[in-house]
Ligand binder design. Structure first.
Ligand code: NCD
Ligand code: ZN
Length: 345
């Protein structure tokens, strides 16, 4: 039982940093743990041009101390009108690292998302040619598909044909939540990968109804049955290079969570590494945390590994019930609980 774990500095391959006062309040939690992060483009309006991505990157850096050493990796939000030329130029210039596909109306700020992926053939062909990763929110949005089946149906109806039709396109299925998704990614070979969040490793759907309705356990894709959680855990600790860390930290202020129609998203950035360490420890796989957190992601994205290290120690971390972000409370993942690991400053 190691009391201390030193690993290569990790990256977060899926995070929502928001904008304005929320960005100013949350960016430091991510930058404190991670050297780089893939920043989601679902602002209002979404980030669809290289110019908007550059401006957003500047706002992120301005929200951090000058010596933070943090590198935001920007993404392009795909719409039905996505322009392959703009995407290719933005990728070549380093303004975009990847494109994000949200099916229209799948989640927060996805009204501008893609209504029919077949209409994006030119964009996907361009991305395949220039070797630019496609990041997918993998849920169908058909109202007749059960909420808990939306990811598995997406894998079957949309992802499997997409992978077949674009044999060289590199794809990340974001925040996987089901045994079906894990299995698909596992067998799809090197060019298909998946990110895994702390909440999908730690919660099953009972958490949504634990003594009453629990809005702070609500995110998308929604947490699933226990057998899916176990499958996701097996994938994360398996040592397979296809799975890597992506928190999907998605802060909303408390009034928007605890509402008649509450927002989806879990703010897990404050203790993301402690959460992952807890899971890998419980699985007897602390020796595999470094690959999951710090190696598989950059290898997939073809970026250099980070050079610094971080230290985690077996010690109590008390998670506050709420964190004041720009004058509003945001309730973090594990609010009011104690974790058994701590990131050493
Ligand atoms: C995200 C958000 O709030 O931006 N919410 C979430 O539940 N994960 C959007 C997303 O990634 O689906
Ligand atoms: Zn997300």
């Amino acid at each position: 039982m190691p009391e201390r774990l030193t690993i290569r500095r990790p990256d977060d391959w899926h995070v929502h940093l928001r904008d304005g006062a929320m960005l100013a309040g949350v960016a430091g939690f991510t930058a404190r743990q991670f050297a780089r992060a893939i920043v989601m483009p679902n602002l209002a309006p979404p980030v669809t041009t290289a110019g908007a991505a550059r401006a957003y990157r500047d706002r992120i850096l301005a929200a951090l101390p000058a010596d933070s050493g943090f590198t935001p990796l920007m993404t392009c939000y795909l719409t039905d009108n996505a322009d392959p030329g703009e995407i290719a130029r933005g990728f070549a210039a380093g303004d975009f690292t990847a494109c994000k596909l949200y099916p229209a109306h799948a989640t927060t700020n996805s009204a501008h998302g893609v209504s029919d992926i077949r209409a994006l053939t030119d964009v996907l062909e361009t991305m395949q040619r220039i070797d630019m990763p496609l990041l997918i929110h993998g849920e169908v949005t058909d109202r007749d598909v059960d909420m808990f089946d939306r990811e598995a149906v997406f894998v079957d109806r949309i992802l499997a044909p997409l992978v077949a039709d674009f044999p060289a396109l590199r794809i990340v299925l974001e925040h996987i939540t089901t045994a079906e998704a894990a299995q698909f990614v596992e067998q799809a070979g090197e060019r298909v990968a998946a990110t895994i969040t702390p909440q999908h490793l730690m919660l099953n759907r009972n958490a949504l109804f634990d003594g009453g309705l629990r809005p702070h356990a609500y995110c998308l894709p929604v947490v699933k049955r226990e057998r899916h959680r176990l499958a996701i855990r097996r994938a994360a600790v398996s040592g397979s290079a296809s799975f890597f860390l992506g928190t999907d930290s998605a802060p909303h202020d408390v009034a928007r969570k605890e509402a008649d129609c509450g927002c989806a998203g879990i703010f897990n950035a404050p203790h993301a590494l402690e959460s992952y360490a807890t899971v890998f420890d419980e699985e007897g796989a602390l020796d595999r945390l470094e690959a999951f957190a710090s190696e598989n992601g950059p290898n997939f994205y073809r970026l250099p590994l980070n050079t610094g290290t971080i230290i985690l120690e077996r010690a109590e971390t008390i998670v506050p019930p709420a964190i004041d972000i720009g004058g509003s409370d945001v309730v973090p993942f594990h609010a009011g609980r104690t974790l058994g690991w701590r990131l050493v400053e």
